[in-house]
Design a protein around this ligand. Structure first.
Ligand code: PBG
Length: 337
């Protein structure tokens, strides 16, 4: 016994990592990262009508909701201390067309939601996406001409849509459509319209991912999508390209950066934070949420534990916050501690 201890001390030179792990109090004392409610952004799905909560089968625990229900949800989120919501509309099929023209309707669903939420709960941040996919009949994020998603025309349209979103009360515009030059164009359009105070959270590195499936069910674009999004989203193989793409967004005036999906791209979170030092967020997307829920429902993992562990991992990877469908669940748990 004594000999063995001598051997380990010889090997470690008396440095023993387990000293700091020996009790709850030492572990708390040396803990480097903490998840708090201030780190959470809650993505919600809006549908037309009133008084409806509609479960999304591939996202257990997540509902699509009408604007009045979204206002209630915003109140609950604010009471829990969640700083911001990110809203996504599921509009009627009849309103979707080739160019996503409903994105330019002043009083479209997303803008009605922003106005209602900001009126009822002024202290919660509202983040809106300007990608065209909820509005197009083909499910692409931009305008489709022939087989091509046309860049410049799309940029012009999303910049105009951004102004309407800001007019309706959005605090942060979050463009996710990955067109070139969009951040600069949106900044110019917002400033020209007097919205200097409205920020831009760029979906700076959005990867062409298989993890978006449940989201497409949530906003009913899955069945519509022709082909894939590889001509505008980033190849999951490419980290350096992602950093270059984010660099352009920073130059063009992004206030915050986002990495999407989250967990498989923690290296990108770290690289962006190191390279630019901007507030950096990860989007724990629908497929990540669904995987955790499904495994937990089968009793294969401890869902709560894995939820908290994944969110903490984002913090360790340098993120300032996380967009997560777990936001309310986590906030409730953190409040109990
Ligand atoms: C598209 C968009 C996507 C998500 C939000 N906006 C991806 C897509 O459908 O291609 C995904 C969010 C999620 O999966 O939770 N602009």
């Amino acid at each position: 016994m004594e000999n063995k201890t001598h051997l380990v001390d010889e090997i470690t030179g008396h440095r023993r990592m387990r000293r700091n792990r020996k009790a709850d109090w030492t572990r708390r004392l040396v803990q480097e990262n903490r998840l708090t409610v201030d780190d959470l952004i809650w993505p919600i799905f809006i549908i037309p009508g009133t008084g409806i909560l509609e479960p999304i089968p591939a996202m257990p625990g997540v509902n699509r909701m009408t604007v009045d229900k979204a206002v209630e949800a915003a109140k609950e989120a604010a009471d829990l201390g969640i700083p911001a919501l990110a809203t996504f509309p599921n509009i009627e099929m009849e309103l979707r067309d080739e160019t996503g023209s409903n994105s330019l309707e002043k009083n479209n669903l997303i803008n009605l939601a922003s106005a209602a939420i900001k009126k009822a709960v002024p202290n919660i941040g509202v983040i809106t996406d300007v990608a065209l996919d909820p509005f197009t009949s083909h499910g692409h994020d931009g305008i489709l001409r022939g087989n091509e998603i046309v860049n410049d025309e799309t940029v012009e349209q999303v910049a105009r849509a951004a102004v309407y979103q800001a007019d309706a009360g959005a605090d942060i515009i979050a463009p996710s459509e990955m067109m070139d030059g969009r951040i600069g164009a949106i900044r110019q359009a917002l400033d020209a319209a007097g919205h200097q105070g409205v920020g831009i959270m760029s979906y700076a590195t959005k990867f062409s991912s298989g993890f978006y499936g449940p989201y497409r069910e949530a906003i009913s674009t899955g069945g519509l999508l022709k082909g894939d999004k590889k001509t505008y989203y980033i190849d999951p193989a490419n980290g350096t390209e992602a950093v270059r793409d984010a660099a352009l967004d920073v130059e063009e005036g992004a206030d915050m950066l986002m990495v999407k999906p989250g967990l498989p791209y923690l290296d990108i979170c770290w690289r962006l934070k190191e390279a630019f030092g901007l507030p950096t967020f990860a989007y724990q997307v629908s497929g990540e949420y669904a995987m955790i829920k499904a495994a937990a429902a089968n009793g294969w993992i401890d869902g709560d534990k894995v939820m908290l562990e994944t969110l903490l991992a984002f913090k360790r990877a340098g993120c300032d916050g996380i967009l997560t469908y777990f936001a309310v669940e986590v906030a409730r748990q953190l409040a109990k501690k």
